[in-house]
Design a protein around this ligand. Structure first.
Ligand SMILES: [Zn+2]
Length: 162
C-alpha cells in the first residue's frame, strides 16, 4: 500500500467508525469477561472500585436487563490515552455509583486493579499508558474482530446473549 492509499483508507470518517466498532466489541468483551455465575447468587460481577457484588439480571431471551449498571470503567483515561484505550488490563466492570458519581473511584480502583491483574501487569500497563499510540483502521478492525470472537466464546460459556 502506498502513502496515498494508506491516507485514503485512514481518513477521519473511517477512523472514527473503526474506533466506534472497536470500542463496542471491546466493551462487550469486558462485560462477559467480568460477569460470573454461581448457584447461590446467579449472574453477578464485582465492581472493580468498591468491591461490591452487583447482581446481573437477564431478559427472557438471556440478554442483560440491567446493563446500565455495568460500566466498562477505564483506570487510565480512555479519551486522552489511546495506547491503553482498548487494553483489557485497563478496563474492568464497575457499578454506576463508582463510574459516574465517584468519577471512577480511582483510589480504590487502583488497589483492586493491582490485586486483580498483579503488580507486574499493572506496571506494564502503566508503562504502555505513558507511550503514544495512534491506531489505524486495519489495527482497529483486527482488534474489533478479535474482541468479537472472544466475546462470542465467553458468552456461549455463560449462556447469555450479548
Ligand atoms: Zn462500585
Amino acid at each position: 500500500m502506498n502513502t496515498k492509499q494508506y491516507k485514503k483508507l485512514n481518513n477521519v470518517t473511517a477512523l472514527k467508525k473503526a474506533h466506534a466498532k472497536c470500542k463496542l466489541y471491546c466493551h462487550k468483551f469486558i462485560r462477559v469477561r467480568d460477569i460470573k455465575w454461581s448457584e447461590k447468587t446467579g449472574y453477578y460481577f464485582i465492581c472493580i472500585a468498591c468491591g461490591k457484588l452487583i447482581g446481573v439480571t437477564l431478559y427472557q431471551d438471556r440478554s442483560i436487563y440491567n446493563g446500565r449498571n455495568l460500566h466498562a470503567s477505564h483506570y487510565f483515561d480512555s479519551e486522552k490515552i489511546e495506547s491503553v484505550r482498548y487494553n483489557p488490563d485497563n478496563i474492568h466492570l464497575s457499578c454506576d455509583r463508582c463510574n459516574r458519581h465517584l468519577h471512577g473511584n480511582k483510589e480504590n480502583y487502583l488497589i483492586n486493579l493491582k490485586n486483580k491483574i498483579t503488580i507486574e501487569k499493572f506496571e506494564r500497563l502503566n508503562f504502555i499508558a505513558h507511550t503514544i499510540k495512534k491506531y489505524d483502521v486495519i489495527e482497529l478492525e483486527q482488534m474489533a474482530d478479535e474482541y468479537r470472537w472472544r466475546t462470542k466464546l465467553r458468552a456461549n460459556e455463560l449462556q447469555i446473549k450479548i
